[in-house]
Design a protein around this ligand. Structure first.
Ligand code: NAD
Ligand code: MG
Length: 300
């Protein structure tokens, strides 16, 4: 855990402990933040808000853990009311996140459900809009990632469910949300360095991230007609449950992130300011952009 807020000048190489020799303890599904060992930093004790999203109404998918939790915490501390979505099996993480959001003094609600279902995506957006009394910001962040070394073992079912979770749900949620969002609204999609530098073993996942990058750019050009900006964030290697439950090759986790120029794995807390920037009016002239937060691995 970092001991300082996001404004304190620090050497980024040593901002977080790089001793992670026990990063190989695999978790069975569902992957929970509660069981993540060592734990991740979502800015719980450090993110300092300054009303950059005061009064905004935000929906964050995958807001229970990892990057989504860090984003939800940052949004709440910047003054936004927040609805988070997560899989029902991750309710325990969702409830922990909600407690932190409520401590920020904003309205917060969790809506559990599976975004592989179109009907659920539509009802999620409707319910979020009803609770928040509007919808200004949508973060399509939930995702599925399972490493499979050999194409022979990559099943059609996995290929399909990875696309349903990562791409189809984004389409369904964005379509349902766009009709409610006012000019000035912002949609932010979690893509990945895998969109630009795909790894073997992540064939289905990397393909969805390529699709998300193109979806983001096309959607941005379409929705600017309504005054809505659409951008993406491309994280590099970040320490979250998705990685510990089959997201990486067996044995890769002890050195995860060390091949970046910064030389260590990233923490979810280090992603949140990118999402805050893209959500806020500070990024008024930014749309169809993919912002890399990669430890120095570059996007083309
Ligand atoms: P995470 O496991 O903490 O978050 C993923 C979330 O997606 C889960 O909490 C889960 O509740 C949700 N989810 C998965 N399937 C779902 C479904 N069918 N219905 C509803 N919710 C579902 O991991 P994370 O790393 O924070 O992942 C967040 C996003 O960041 C993902 O899109 C991931 O691809 C992306 N990303 C992560 C990394 C990394 O290194 N961790 C790198 C690049 C991109
Ligand atoms: Mg989770």
């Amino acid at each position: 855990m970092s001991k300082q807020d996001q404004y304190t000048m620090t050497d980024p190489r040593t901002q977080y402990d790089s001793e992670h020799t026990h990063y190989n303890s695999d978790q069975p599904d569902p992957a929970l933040d509660k069981k993540l060992d060592p734990s991740a930093d979502h800015g719980e004790t450090t993110y300092r808000g300054s009303e950059r999203l005061k009064g905004r109404k935000a929906l964050v998918t995958g807001g229970d853990s990892g990057i989504g939790r860090a984003v939800a915490i940052a949004f709440a501390r910047e003054g936004a009311d927040v609805v988070i979505n997560y899989l029902p099996s991750e309710k325990v993480d969702g409830e922990s996140t909600l407690e932190i959001l409520k401590e920020a003094g904003v309205s917060a609600k969790g809506i559990a459900g599976d975004i592989k279902e179109e009907d659920f995506c539509v009802s999620l957006v409707d319910e979020a809009k009803g609770f928040l009394d509007g919808l200004d910001i949508v973060v399509n962040n939930a995702g599925k990632q399972q490493f499979v070394e050999d194409i022979e073992n990559l099943t059609t079912e996995q290929f399909r469910t990875t696309f349903e979770t990562n791409v189809f749900a984004m389409f369904w949620i964005t379509k349902a949300a766009a009709k409610y969002m006012p000019p000035g609204g912002s949609i932010i999609n979690s893509t990945s360095i895998q969109s630009y530098q795909p790894s073997p073993g992540l064939l289905d996942y990397a393909s969805t991230k390529g699709a998300i990058t193109s979806f983001t750019k096309s959607c941005a050009k379409m929705l600017i007609e309504k005054g809505i900006r659409v951008n993406g964030v491309a994280p590099g290697p970040i320490w979250t449950p998705i990685q510990q439950s089959g997201g990486q090759a067996p044995g890769k986790l002890p050195n995860f992130g060390e091949n970046t120029p910064i030389g260590r794995v990233g923490q979810p807390a280090e992603l949140a300011p990118a999402y805050v920037y893209l959500a806020s009016q500070e990024s008024s002239y930014v749309t169809a952009e993919i912002l890399g937060v990669t430890g120095g691995k570059h996007l083309p």
